[in-house]
Design a protein around this ligand. Sequence first.
Ligand code: GLN
Length: 467
Amino acid sequence: MIDTVRLTAEEGLALVERGEVSAGELHRAYLDAIADRNPELHAYLRVVEEPEGTSIPIALKDVILTRGVETTAGSKILEGYLPIYDATVTRRCKDAGLTLLGKTNTDEFAMGSSTENSAYGPTHNPWDPTRVPGGSGGGSAAAVTAGLAPWALGSDTGGSIKQPSALCGNVGLRPTYGTVSRYGVVAFASSLDQVGPVARTVRDCALLYRIISGRDTCDSTTVDVPEVVLPDGESLEGVRIGVPKEMNEADGIEPGVSEAVRRAIDLAAELGAEVGECELPRSVDYGLACYYLVAPAEASSNLARYDGVRYGLRAGGESYDEMVEGTRDAGFGDEPKRRIMLGAYALSAGYYDAYYGQAQKVRTVIAREHAAAFERFDVLVSPTSPTVAFPLGAKTQDPLAMYLSDLLTIPSCMAGLPGLNVPVGLSEGLPVGLQVIGPQFAENTLFRVGHALERAIGFDVVPERLR
Ligand code: GLN
């Protein structure tokens, strides 16, 4: 019997390689686990029954195009849309022999922090199903934690990989902007969107990053990336860790979260790292406001393509205008509508300079502040999320409270930097994640730090109720 809730991707790969299990048997084991637990968790929007690959399975967030398999981005406006091509990341997974298990739930167009904005109903947290799994990639994070996939892909604009990984207690990487192709990924805010891995261990995360990263002629923002080194060993000798004061002492960080993060930082020092304090004052003060101009502005432009002509849903109407209006009114939920309005306003004549233009300048300030910190430190650390997983419904009536979930993940996203979430402990019985941020292309350093802490802490990523 394969215990999917314990099996790491690395172990699965070894089993297949040694011929001890076939790709088909492994696929079946996960399908059984999905049949058993997905009705409660709703991590998957749809499952692919026929195994196609020769290796272990993978789950993909439903913003990633899969040829012939419905892709909705969690929206009614894309209901029934069957892509005629694979995203580059899908193709790379298939080329590596991976088998598509299914498409995971997401906030509509990846807009949200709890997966409650999905038009198909929320995902539940495997640690406590009355709580959210985070978002927007709550489906991928919950699937990995519950043993419904050995690993998965997510997408991250302002925290959608890191934050759900923190709330579900697994490892998630938002890679450096430009390292992973977005060709065939439903666009939200193109100057921020990145695809990245969600896994149960740092090494699994590195293995999957190795598969998906690198230059792609179909996405001109991609570049060649340094060779991925699988982390091994526990020493942090020679690593300089910066602790940004504002990100570790911000209002709203729960005491239990602070404590677990503090313990992890002390442990890093015991493992040989040099730990020092630093400052990122403007990044924390203005990051969120800046993001909520830039991201909606780009979203209002990207979402203009859903007009009833090209994809999915189409409403009736006497004229073209009526049809487009009817389609967009019926197809988009409240959050995309809110962002389209915010974004169109911020880009409108007379306001452009005051809002969008100003936000772009602040973005440069944020990038410079991070660059200055990286002159002294190899990585920066903070809590990933100010809180542990919150109850379903707790923030749905208050968009601003929901936006604050991303206070600590957004600044480094604005600066295009990579960030890794590593689970470091529990608070009130729920996982706490540490965010490790690095300079551009420093993924290997993040893996090294994450792996050392993971080994030293020995956090059990399997929720108590599934052990
Ligand atoms: N929660 C943030 C938002 O709602 C980030 C989402 C994301 O990274 N896709 O925009």
